[in-house]
Design a protein around this ligand. Structure first.
Ligand SMILES: *Cc1c(COP(=O)(O)O)cnc(C)c1O
Length: 345
């Protein structure tokens, strides 16, 4: 890996971060807080939240097996995605490489930050080829984006190819594991010490059932996390979100029950959809959704909308011609979907 200080934008290295009242005073017990111009009434909402979310990180550390200094928390994974650009990519000069098709936010954030985005198509089995990704890089490539299990294809990337990218690329490699809880593969967050250039993304939005609270996680070396903390908004994760996240972390048995139900539903739903006369194929998945190639995705999409069932039409995405992306729902919802599809034409 290239020296981290050479990868980080020079203005970010020089940046003197905002110092908030809660940063300045730490430790010793105090009972009178007159340092942050807060209203003394309306407790507990009157107080600014912990800017570094230390209590929450301790709990996440236990559940995820990642040291607290290697954890960044943001307003959804989307904040971490944007921060990768703001920390590493010089607008109009640097570029990033990404697998394609994949999650749309990597490209949107590249566009917002005026950074060149270089998509590299997966193969027909939706697998990435390390050599082809690396061949798309040059001396101005700061970041490679990998998503595994990948959205919208659903499959996990072959570990050996991801490892090859991690070992051979001198810049930052982001592995977005938003769906890893639905997969049986070893998550890359376990290998942070092996790869100093690795950033792993996780989220509360999928397996943990908390999309509404907007909480995303990035796991990386303490040095990389230090740069994220320097650039983020001071109080980027609000108190209500921190409280709800604590509740979710204390309900792991409930979350595991959900995961078991969804895994069983996935086993039943995929072949049932594959059997439909107008379904050409269902792609294998390691996530809580799957891609189904239809004879005519647009027509089926609108037919389902008329029945009040919304799936994602991905038919205009590269390699996904005539594909619908279908999320696994409750047993009841999946039944309704199948019943509607079986009535089609
Ligand atoms: C849904 C999803 C996320 C989650 O984003 P949040 O901002 O944390 O809700 C991240 N990455 C991928 C690939 C996703 O599909």
């Amino acid at each position: 890996m290239e020296d981290l200080n050479k990868l980080v934008r020079s203005n970010i290295q020089r940046l003197q971060p905002y110092s908030c009242a809660r940063d300045e005073f730490k430790g010793r017990a105090a009972s009178v807080f007159l340092d942050a111009n807060e209203n003394p009434y309306n407790a507990p909402l009157n107080r600014y939240p912990d800017p570094l979310q230390e209590e929450l990180k301790k709990k996440i550390s236990e559940v995820k097996g990642v040291a607290t200094q290697s954890i960044f928390l943001g307003n959804g994974s989307d904040e971490a995605i944007d921060l990768v650009y703001r920390v590493f990519c010089e607008p109009r000069r640097d570029n990033v490489v990404a697998i394609a098709p994949t999650y749309g936010m990597y490209e949107v954030c590249a566009d917002i930050n005026d950074v060149e985005y270089r998509p590299v198509l997966l193969d027909e089995g939706f697998q990435l080829n390390a050599g082809r990704l690396l061949a798309a890089t040059d001396e101005r490539t700061k970041v490679i984006w990998i998503c595994s299990p990948n959205n919208p294809t659903g499959n996990a990337m072959q570990r050996s190819e991801v490892e090859k990218v991690l070992m051979e690329f001198k810049g930052i490699v982001v592995v977005d594991e938003a769906y890893s809880d639905f997969s049986s593969y070893r998550p890359f967050r376990n290998d942070l010490s092996k790869y100093p250039n690795l950033i792993v993304l996780n989220t509360f939005s999928k397996a943990w059932g908390c999309a509404a609270i907007r909480l995303g996680m990035a796991f990386a070396s303490p040095e990389i996390i230090g740069y994220f903390n320097k650039v983020k908004y001071p109080y980027n994760v609000n108190m209500l979100t921190q409280q709800q996240a604590m509740e979710a972390l204390n309900s792991m048995s409930k979350i595991n029950r959900w995961l078991n139900i969804l895994a069983t539903e996935r086993v039943h739903l995929l072949p049932a959809v594959a059997e439909l006369p107008f379904c050409k194929c269902v792609y294998p998945t390691d996530a809580n959704f799957f891609l189904a190639q239809m004879v005519d995705a647009d027509t089926i999409y609108h037919y389902l909308v008329d029945k009040g069932i919304i799936v994602r039409n991905r038919s205009r995405v590269a390699l996904c011609g005539n594909c619908l992306r279908i999320t696994i729902g409750t047993p009841q919802e999946n039944c309704e979907l199948l019943a509607a599809l079986r009535q089609y034409k």
